[in-house]
Design a protein around this ligand. Structure first.
Ligand code: MCA
Ligand code: AMP
Length: 479
């Protein structure tokens, strides 16, 4: 397979990465990643302490150049989840910025400090397109997160399909503030601009002021989750500078969850620009997108299948739906070169995720006459999307049940104007006279799993509603 990053080979003086006031040109990135790649030689797999920094970008590029699969770690992951990821993926080393404090579950790993400069040319990139490049952990309905193994072929295929859909070029300057341990922020947000030979400006942390500043200062594209666009829509009313900055962008792209129509419309009304949506998944990378050259407004649509992506809708019994009528609802299944190869150490889960060579997304949609897709829901009620993060109800229930003050627990998602869905914990306390305070339960989940998985609301019950089989009836909880 040819190089993932042709622009790195040339190593020009053009800007590649900027995080706050630190930046690297293609030449500097080539030298820094080349030097680090030499230090990874022979490692079977490495973990990357994925803070929103230049070091994370250099570490991931170095691992890709060295042909060593990288596991990006959320630095806020709690002890229970981090232990699971390390035990499951068994990295030989952890790459981190000098001075970063690493928690106990990483203590046994060889630490490699990432220095964002160097002097070595990169090694020749691996030829094998199927070789694993990244392992990204993603939640399911039950149990701990699974590691999706993403080959080089999938990364190249998805980024090249987006080049076509978005007329993405080396002149584009991408602005974003997404975390670097998921597909959206890392593959689209960092590897995307690098594959095109363009540049990325990462804000470190999302603020509406930071977005306005970077878009006004040369940014051409913005990637965000709906929560970020919601916050931009809220801020727009009294902020003409922000409106001007958004209006000047070439492309505003939202993904990871549905962007509500209300936010689409507020942004369009106040900036004259339409946000476009694309639809993807950790296991599939990007499946569909509204195209940049589409002249129709596509509010509520995730657009058409990307080049190379086969997409079908199927009924509950697996029968393919042939209608393009905007109303027949079915599960989205996809196949193509953009798919992962499987879940690490989980052949059972991998087999269950496929119907032949079609990947079952679990997302439910309708298709319009022009082939564009509208997502209307999700098969599993036990998956929650909050702030663009996918969260399994089961993993939070298990963490809550570990708390001595909790006898029984059920977790659901409730609509939330900012987060899309908010995590609600329904708890039967061990001692009804002294239930554990909501803050304590939120802190407990944040420490074990991750802060974004903490319940935002806790409701106390005497018993959980159960059916004759003893199964919790989650639908009855909201009644
Ligand atoms: C709060 N914090 C706590 C606690 N409470 N820490 C410990 N214990 C607690 N009890 C901390 C948090 O760590 C965080 O710290 C800060 O308080 C605020 O946390 P939170 O309220 O959770 O954050 P937020 O302000 O609501 O964040 C909104 C957000 C975020 C910025 C939009 O949700 C976000 O970055 N979402 C992006 C998700 C994403 O990238 N998804 C892609 C996956 P601090 O302030 O230090 O941070 S989906 C994907 O990849 C597919 C392929 C796709 O289609 O894209
Ligand atoms: P993740 O597993 O974290 O990669 O999240 C993938 C899921 O995010 C998909 O299965 C969808 O449910 C959801 N998703 C991603 N993009 C969109 C979008 N534009 N509209 C609606 N849902 C989306």
């Amino acid at each position: 397979m040819s190089s993932l990053f042709p622009a790195l080979e040339a190593g020009s003086g053009r800007s590649a990465l900027r995080f706050g006031d630190r930046s690297l040109t293609y030449g500097e990135l080539r030298a820094a990643a080349g030097s680090l790649a030499a230090r990874l030689d022979g490692a079977e797999r490495v973990a990357v302490w994925a803070t929103p920094t230049l070091e994370t970008a250099v570490a991931v590029v170095a691992a890709l150049l060295a042909g060593v699969p990288a596991v990006p770690l959320n630095p806020k992951t709690g002890e229970r989840e981090l232990t699971h990821i390390i035990t499951d993926s068994r990295p030989a080393m952890v790459l981190a910025a000098p001075g970063d404090e690493l928690p106990e579950p990483l203590a046994e790993l060889t630490r490699v400090d990432v220095i964002p400069h160097g002097d070595a040319p990169p090694p020749p990139e691996p030829e094998d397109a199927e070789a694993p490049a990244l392992i990204v952990y993603t939640s399911g309905t039950t149990g701990p997160p699974k590691g999706a193994v993403l080959p080089r072929r999938a990364i190249a295929a998805t980024l090249d399909a987006l080049e076509d859909a978005w007329t993405w070029t080396s002149d584009d300057v991408l602005v974003h503030a997404l975390p670097l341990f998921h597909v959206h922020g890392l593959i689209l947000g960092v590897l995307g601009p690098l594959r095109r030979g363009g540049s990325v400006r990462h804000l470190g942390r999302f603020t509406t002021g930071g977005v306005a500043r970077e878009l006004a200062g040369g940014g051409t594209m913005l990637f965000g989750v709906p929560t970020m666009y919601h916050r931009l829509a809220e801020a727009l009313d009294g902020d003409p500078q922000l409106a001007k900055a958004l209006a000047g962008a070439r492309l505003l792209v939202s993904g990871s969850a549905a962007l509500p129509v209300h936010d689409h419309e507020r942004i369009a009304a106040l900036t004259g620009r339409r946000v476009i949506e694309r639809y993807g998944m950790t296991e599939t990378l990007m499946n569909t997108s509204v195209r940049a050259d589409d002249v129709e407004p596509r509010t509520g649509s995730v657009g058409v299948p990307l080049p190379g992506v086969d997409l079908r809708l199927v009924e509950e019994d697996g029968t393919e739906i042939t209608a393009y009528d905007g109303e027949t609802v079915g599960e989205i299944q996809v196949r193509g070169p953009h798919l992962f190869t499987g879940y690490l150490n989980r052949p059972d889960a991998t087999a269950a995720a496929f119907d032949g060579d079609w990947f079952r997304t679990g997302d439910v949609a309708v298709r319009d006459a022009d082939g564009s897709v509208r997502i209307v829901g999700r098969k599993a009620t036990d998956l929650i999307k909050s702030g663009g993060y996918k969260i399994g109800a089961g993993e939070i229930e298990n963490a809550l049940l570990d708390h001595p003050g909790v006898r029984e627990a059920a977790v659901t998602g409730e609509p939330d104007p900012d987060l899309g869905e908010r995590i609600v914990a329904w708890v039967v306390p061990s001692d009804p006279a002294g239930p554990p305070p909501a803050d304590e339960l939120a802190d407990h989940v944040a420490a074990q799993l991750a802060p974004h998985k903490r319940p935002r609301t806790v409701r106390y019950l005497d018993v959980l509603p159960r059916n004759d089989m003893g199964k919790i009836m989650k639908r009855a909880l909201h009644g």
